[in-house]
Design a protein around this ligand. Sequence first.
Ligand SMILES: NC(=O)c1ccc[n+]([C@@H]2O[C@H](COP(=O)([O-])OP(=O)(O)OC[C@H]3O[C@@H](n4cnc5c(N)ncnc54)[C@H](O)[C@@H]3O)[C@@H](O)[C@H]2O)c1
Length: 433
Amino acid sequence: MTAPSNPITVAVLGAGHRGRAYAEQMVLTRGAFEVVAVAESDAGRREAFANCHGIKTGKIFSSSEEFLAAPRMADMIVVALMDQDHVRAAVEALRKGYHVLLEKPMATTLEDCQLIEQTQRETGKTVLVCHVLRYHRVNQKVKALLNQGAIGRIVNIDHVEALDPVFFASMFVRGQWRNEKSSTFFLMAKCCHDLDLIAWFAEERCLRVSSFGSLSYFTRASEPKGATDRCTQGCLAEPECPFSAKKIHLEGMPVLNPSIQYADSATDVDLSRVYNSSLGCGNSSEEILQALNHGPYGRCVFRCDNTAVDRQVVALEFDQGIVATFTVTAFNARINQRMTRIHGTDGVITCDYKGNWVEVKTFRSNAYERFDLPAVDAGHGGADKLIIEALSQILRTPGSVPLTSAKASLDSHRIVFAAEEARRSGRVISIDP
Ligand SMILES: NC(=O)c1ccc[n+]([C@@H]2O[C@H](COP(=O)([O-])OP(=O)(O)OC[C@H]3O[C@@H](n4cnc5c(N)ncnc54)[C@H](O)[C@@H]3O)[C@@H](O)[C@H]2O)c1
C-alpha cells in the first residue's frame, strides 16, 4: 500500500487484543493512519499502548466514557471494547463527528444495532464493521466467482465453523464470552461473522430461520470423578484432562504445524503464548500459578458459570430460493476450521481458508479448476491487514460505502437475532423486511 501524505488520525477505545491488532496494522500502512489517542481501563495495557504509539499526555484516557466526554481529537475511532460497550461508544462518537471502525458484534440487541445504523445515516459519517471474513482473499475470490456466474444460480450453501475444544473452553467456558450476561449469546459472539458471510454470498433477503443447539458438555453433569473447583486443587482427573489449566498455561502447548494453525493466523503459533495472553499477568510460573489459583482460567471447565452453547445448527431460507445451513461445534479434531461449500445449478465451489485456495467444479466440463491465492501475513488469515487497507481507501474516497457498512451488518445481525430466537423458542422465525 502506498502511503498518502496526510494520515487519518485515530483514537483507539479498548487497547486489548483487537485494539492492538488494528493499531499494529495501521502502523504498518506507513503513514496512512496515525494513532493519536487511547482509552483503556487497564493501566498496564494503557501505558504500554501509549508508549508504543508515542501518544501525548492529554490524549491518554482511563475509560471510553472519559474520552467521549472530551472534545473531538481525531478523525476516527476504533471501538474494540467488550460487546456491550459498543453501542454507546459508536453512537456518541458518530454524533461528535468521528468515523468509526466498529468491532463485531455491532451491539448486543437489535434495537441498539438499529440505533447505530440510524445514527450513521443521520451523521453521514462512515461506520465499517469488522466482519473480517468478507475481506479474506479466499472469500473475495469466492464472491468474484459467484458474480461471474461460475456455478450458475446458487441453490444452497453449507457452512461449518468447527472449533478446537481447548480453544472453545478457553474463550466460551472459562473466558470473557462464557456468559451472555457479561457479553452476548454464543451465536452472536462467535458466529455473526459466519451468518454475515452466508448472507453476503447469497445476496438475497433472508426470510425464515430455524435453529437447534444447547450447552451439552461443559456442565456439572459431565465432570469426572475426583474433580475439584480448580485444576490446581488436586483434581484426580487433571493429569488426563485435555482441559487441564496446568497443561494449557504452565506446561506449554506445542507450536503448531502450519497446516493446523490457530485462528487463521498465517504463521506458527505457540498456543500457550496465545492462551496466556488472556490471563492478565506476567510470564513467570509464579504469576501464572497465582492467576490459575484465583482467576477464571484456572477453573474446572465442568464447574464454571458458562451459558455459551457448545454446538448449534441454523437453517436459512432466502427470498429468491436459496437455502443454507450453518453448523458450529466445539468438538473439532483440528484447530479452528471454517468449511464452505456453495452448490449452484452449473457447479460447486469449495474453499480452504488456511490453505488459501478455492476450487470450482463445473458440471458441464466435469473438471476442477483450482485457484491458489497468495497468503497475507496478518491475523485472520490476512484479513486484519486487508480491512485496514479498505478502511483507508474508503475514508479517502468521498461517498464510498464500506463492504461491511452499518446497513449490511444490521441486515446480517438480524439473521443472528432471529436464529437465536428460533433456537430458544423451537419455532421457525420469519424476519421482517
Ligand atoms: N473481528 C473479530 O474477528 C474479533 C475477534 C475477537 C474479538 N472481537 C471483538 O472485539 C472486541 C474486543 O475483544 P478483545 O478480544 O480485544 O477483548 P480484550 O478484553 O482483549 O479487549 C478489550 C479491552 O477493553 C478494555 N476496556 C474495558 N472497558 C473499558 C472502558 N470502559 N474504557 C476503556 N477500555 C475499556 C479492557 O481493559 C480490554 O483491554 C469484542 O467485542 C470482541 O467480541 C472481534
